[in-house]
Design a protein around this ligand. Sequence first.
Ligand SMILES: [Ca+2]
Length: 361
Amino acid sequence: MRNPLLPLCATLALPLFADPVKVILDTDMITDFDDVGALACLHALADAGECEILATVSCTRGNASTAAIGVINGYYGRADLPVGCAKGMGVMGAYAGAKEKVDPASPLGEKGPGDGGHYKYRKLALDYPQWVKYLDSDTAPDANVIYRKALAGAPDKSVVICSIGFLTNLRRLIETQPDEISPLTGRELVEKKVIKWVAMACRYPKGKEYNSQYDGQSSRIAFENWPTPIVFSDWQYGGDLYAGRSIAEMEGPRNPVKDVFAGNIPTREEVRKDPGKWRDWCFGMGGRAAWDETAVLAAVRGEEAYFNVHRGTYKMIGDTGENVWIPDEENGPHIRITEKVNKLEVGKIIDELICRPPKRK
Ligand SMILES: [Ca+2]
């Protein structure tokens, strides 16, 4: 029984794992900014000893995604974390569907037509240059190399992969062949080293979800050939669970995580005036829809910590990113999460993690 003197969110925030969970985070970091909240949560959980971050990779090319990842890693004192990026296929440029590379340096920090929301990440690179290692994501190492090194160096069945973007890198990973890093294929490496893949993906009961939709062919190949359990943190779950207001309004000096949330969520007054409009755009009084932060919570603290789990089969139809969820509570190979702990409480847990000051090494 929980201590009645402690608020519910405090007891729920207690670490549930004795050993740190080894995590690789795969993010698009292209337009939406729940990725920033997710990476912040991951660092806070690493600071608390709940997880160990093995690597952080971007699935979007020709933009400032790796610069933004580097800034946040650096802010948390982990500037040396391996950073990689997709090569040769998938989403590139300032927004999904752009198909054209943007120069992250020109005009750096200017919001303008065609930027598609990537402006916020170029601005991070401008404002925190001390932590930028790969300004243009095309200059970052191949994510295949980063993945294969991280997996090859990890104990068997010890790694959780958390994808909060497109599935390009995971398709490419399982298609890799033996090399100087490992005598195993990518699929064999995953089977040997990975416990599970937590994917922010899936529309329930069917539909096109953003992360699966762009580079839909890679999504289908990755999901159909993946050799470990997959946990889906679906669009419906995170869509009305909000986070980010707390850090946006937090007193104290600037930091990159605060800058992103303060600069991109509507004010309380704006939400109060027209909550329906903002809800349609996946904003609420609590901030931005927390799809990606939810996936990180499930990856580190486990899918049963705050969520109901439902078994079934996630099946993609064709290469356009459409999926259907076929329920099968007895034998379904996949897991989908739904609300168990009240979403307001989960939002508070996420906010508390995002607001924690870095425990720099
Ligand atoms: Ca994302």
